[in-house]
Design a protein around this ligand. Structure first.
Ligand code: IDP
Ligand code: MG
Length: 153
Protein backbone atom coordinates (compact mmCIF):
# COMPACT_ATOMS: atom_id res chain seq x y z
CA UNK A 1 0.00 0.00 0.00
CA UNK A 2 1.34 3.41 -0.92
CA UNK A 3 2.05 5.82 1.88
CA UNK A 4 -0.28 8.82 2.03
CA UNK A 5 1.59 12.00 1.36
CA UNK A 6 0.86 15.68 0.99
CA UNK A 7 1.83 18.09 -1.71
CA UNK A 8 1.53 21.76 -2.57
CA UNK A 9 -0.01 22.85 -5.84
CA UNK A 10 -0.18 26.46 -6.99
CA UNK A 11 -2.51 27.60 -9.72
CA UNK A 12 -0.28 30.30 -11.13
CA UNK A 13 -1.42 33.83 -12.11
CA UNK A 14 -1.95 32.82 -15.77
CA UNK A 15 -4.40 30.10 -14.71
CA UNK A 16 -6.52 32.61 -12.77
CA UNK A 17 -6.23 35.35 -15.40
CA UNK A 18 -7.45 32.88 -18.02
CA UNK A 19 -10.37 31.65 -15.91
CA UNK A 20 -8.99 28.12 -15.69
CA UNK A 21 -8.93 27.72 -11.90
CA UNK A 22 -12.15 25.72 -11.71
CA UNK A 23 -11.13 23.48 -14.60
CA UNK A 24 -7.77 22.72 -13.03
CA UNK A 25 -9.23 22.09 -9.55
CA UNK A 26 -11.74 19.72 -11.18
CA UNK A 27 -8.91 17.69 -12.71
CA UNK A 28 -7.36 17.17 -9.27
CA UNK A 29 -10.69 16.16 -7.73
CA UNK A 30 -11.48 13.84 -10.61
CA UNK A 31 -8.12 12.13 -10.19
CA UNK A 32 -9.05 11.33 -6.62
CA UNK A 33 -6.65 13.66 -4.87
CA UNK A 34 -8.13 15.02 -1.65
CA UNK A 35 -8.04 18.76 -1.03
CA UNK A 36 -6.98 19.44 2.56
CA UNK A 37 -6.30 23.18 2.20
CA UNK A 38 -6.95 25.96 -0.30
CA UNK A 39 -6.52 29.75 -0.37
CA UNK A 40 -6.08 32.73 -2.67
CA UNK A 41 -2.65 34.28 -2.12
CA UNK A 42 -0.96 37.37 -3.54
CA UNK A 43 2.68 36.26 -3.52
CA UNK A 44 5.13 39.08 -2.71
CA UNK A 45 8.78 39.14 -3.72
CA UNK A 46 9.94 37.78 -0.36
CA UNK A 47 7.64 34.77 -0.57
CA UNK A 48 8.61 34.24 -4.21
CA UNK A 49 12.26 34.12 -3.19
CA UNK A 50 11.54 31.54 -0.47
CA UNK A 51 9.37 29.45 -2.77
CA UNK A 52 11.82 29.50 -5.68
CA UNK A 53 15.02 29.49 -3.62
CA UNK A 54 16.44 26.62 -5.75
CA UNK A 55 16.23 28.84 -8.85
CA UNK A 56 17.85 32.03 -7.51
CA UNK A 57 20.57 33.14 -9.94
CA UNK A 58 19.23 31.26 -12.97
CA UNK A 59 18.65 33.31 -16.12
CA UNK A 60 14.88 32.88 -15.95
CA UNK A 61 14.64 33.79 -12.25
CA UNK A 62 13.82 37.53 -12.59
CA UNK A 63 11.06 36.80 -15.11
CA UNK A 64 9.75 34.00 -12.90
CA UNK A 65 9.45 36.36 -9.92
CA UNK A 66 7.68 39.00 -12.05
CA UNK A 67 5.26 36.36 -13.28
CA UNK A 68 4.46 34.65 -9.99
CA UNK A 69 3.94 38.00 -8.19
CA UNK A 70 1.90 39.62 -11.00
CA UNK A 71 -1.53 38.67 -9.63
CA UNK A 72 -2.93 36.14 -7.16
CA UNK A 73 -2.39 32.40 -7.14
CA UNK A 74 -4.53 29.68 -5.58
CA UNK A 75 -2.52 27.55 -3.17
CA UNK A 76 -3.87 24.02 -2.77
CA UNK A 77 -2.77 21.33 -0.35
CA UNK A 78 -3.50 17.82 -1.58
CA UNK A 79 -3.29 14.54 0.28
CA UNK A 80 -3.41 11.01 -0.99
CA UNK A 81 -1.45 7.93 -1.97
CA UNK A 82 1.54 9.18 -3.93
CA UNK A 83 0.08 12.69 -3.98
CA UNK A 84 3.41 14.26 -5.00
CA UNK A 85 3.88 11.99 -8.02
CA UNK A 86 0.21 12.04 -9.00
CA UNK A 87 0.10 15.84 -8.98
CA UNK A 88 3.34 16.09 -10.99
CA UNK A 89 1.99 13.64 -13.55
CA UNK A 90 -1.26 15.59 -13.82
CA UNK A 91 0.73 18.82 -14.41
CA UNK A 92 2.97 17.48 -17.18
CA UNK A 93 6.50 18.45 -18.14
CA UNK A 94 7.78 21.93 -17.24
CA UNK A 95 7.83 23.03 -20.89
CA UNK A 96 4.26 22.82 -22.23
CA UNK A 97 5.60 21.93 -25.67
CA UNK A 98 7.10 18.80 -24.12
CA UNK A 99 4.13 18.05 -21.87
CA UNK A 100 1.95 15.13 -22.89
CA UNK A 101 -1.58 15.76 -24.10
CA UNK A 102 -3.95 15.10 -21.23
CA UNK A 103 -1.77 16.97 -18.76
CA UNK A 104 -2.56 20.51 -17.62
CA UNK A 105 0.47 22.01 -19.31
CA UNK A 106 0.03 19.86 -22.42
CA UNK A 107 -3.61 20.81 -22.78
CA UNK A 108 -3.57 24.49 -21.78
CA UNK A 109 -0.01 25.81 -22.16
CA UNK A 110 2.36 26.96 -24.88
CA UNK A 111 5.22 28.71 -23.08
CA UNK A 112 7.55 27.50 -20.31
CA UNK A 113 7.20 30.85 -18.51
CA UNK A 114 3.38 30.58 -18.60
CA UNK A 115 2.91 27.00 -17.53
CA UNK A 116 -0.13 27.44 -15.30
CA UNK A 117 0.63 25.22 -12.34
CA UNK A 118 3.24 24.36 -9.72
CA UNK A 119 3.60 21.09 -7.86
CA UNK A 120 6.18 20.09 -5.25
CA UNK A 121 8.79 17.69 -6.63
CA UNK A 122 9.37 15.51 -3.53
CA UNK A 123 7.70 14.84 -0.18
CA UNK A 124 10.46 16.86 1.53
CA UNK A 125 9.93 19.83 -0.80
CA UNK A 126 6.19 19.49 -0.26
CA UNK A 127 6.45 19.85 3.51
CA UNK A 128 8.77 22.87 3.13
CA UNK A 129 6.48 24.51 0.57
CA UNK A 130 3.24 23.73 2.43
CA UNK A 131 4.66 25.58 5.43
CA UNK A 132 5.17 28.69 3.27
CA UNK A 133 1.45 28.92 2.49
CA UNK A 134 -0.45 27.19 5.29
CA UNK A 135 -0.46 27.20 9.06
CA UNK A 136 -0.76 23.65 10.46
CA UNK A 137 -4.35 24.29 11.56
CA UNK A 138 -5.32 25.37 8.04
CA UNK A 139 -4.72 21.84 6.74
CA UNK A 140 -7.77 19.70 7.45
CA UNK A 141 -7.32 15.93 7.49
CA UNK A 142 -10.98 15.14 6.85
CA UNK A 143 -12.39 11.64 6.35
CA UNK A 144 -13.75 11.19 2.84
CA UNK A 145 -16.72 8.87 2.58
CA UNK A 146 -15.77 7.75 -0.93
CA UNK A 147 -12.19 6.84 0.05
CA UNK A 148 -12.61 3.08 -0.41
CA UNK A 149 -13.86 3.64 -3.96
CA UNK A 150 -10.76 5.64 -4.84
CA UNK A 151 -8.00 3.76 -3.01
CA UNK A 152 -7.64 0.19 -1.72
CA UNK A 153 -6.76 1.28 1.80
P1 IDP B 1 8.56 22.67 -12.47
O1 IDP B 1 7.58 23.81 -12.24
O2 IDP B 1 8.09 21.75 -13.54
O3 IDP B 1 8.93 21.97 -11.18
P2 IDP B 1 11.19 23.93 -12.31
O4 IDP B 1 12.40 23.46 -13.05
O5 IDP B 1 11.13 23.71 -10.84
O6 IDP B 1 9.91 23.32 -13.05
O7 IDP B 1 11.05 25.50 -12.61
C1 IDP B 1 10.17 26.29 -11.84
C2 IDP B 1 9.42 27.20 -12.76
O8 IDP B 1 10.33 28.14 -13.35
C3 IDP B 1 8.75 26.53 -13.96
O9 IDP B 1 7.49 25.98 -13.66
C4 IDP B 1 8.63 27.69 -14.93
O10 IDP B 1 7.52 28.54 -14.54
C5 IDP B 1 9.91 28.45 -14.65
N1 IDP B 1 10.98 28.05 -15.58
C6 IDP B 1 11.77 26.96 -15.51
N2 IDP B 1 12.63 26.91 -16.53
C7 IDP B 1 12.38 28.01 -17.27
C8 IDP B 1 12.94 28.54 -18.48
O11 IDP B 1 13.87 27.96 -19.06
N3 IDP B 1 12.42 29.71 -18.91
C9 IDP B 1 11.39 30.35 -18.28
N4 IDP B 1 10.84 29.90 -17.16
C10 IDP B 1 11.31 28.73 -16.66
MG1 MG C 1 9.97 22.66 -9.53
Amino acid sequence: MAKPSRTLVLLKPDALQRGLAGTLIARMEQRGLKIIGMKLVQIDRALAARHYTAHVGKPFYPGLVEFITASPVIAIALQGENAVDAARQLMGATDPLKAAPGTVRGDFGLAIGRNLIHGSDSPEAAERELALYFKPEELVDWPRDTERWITES
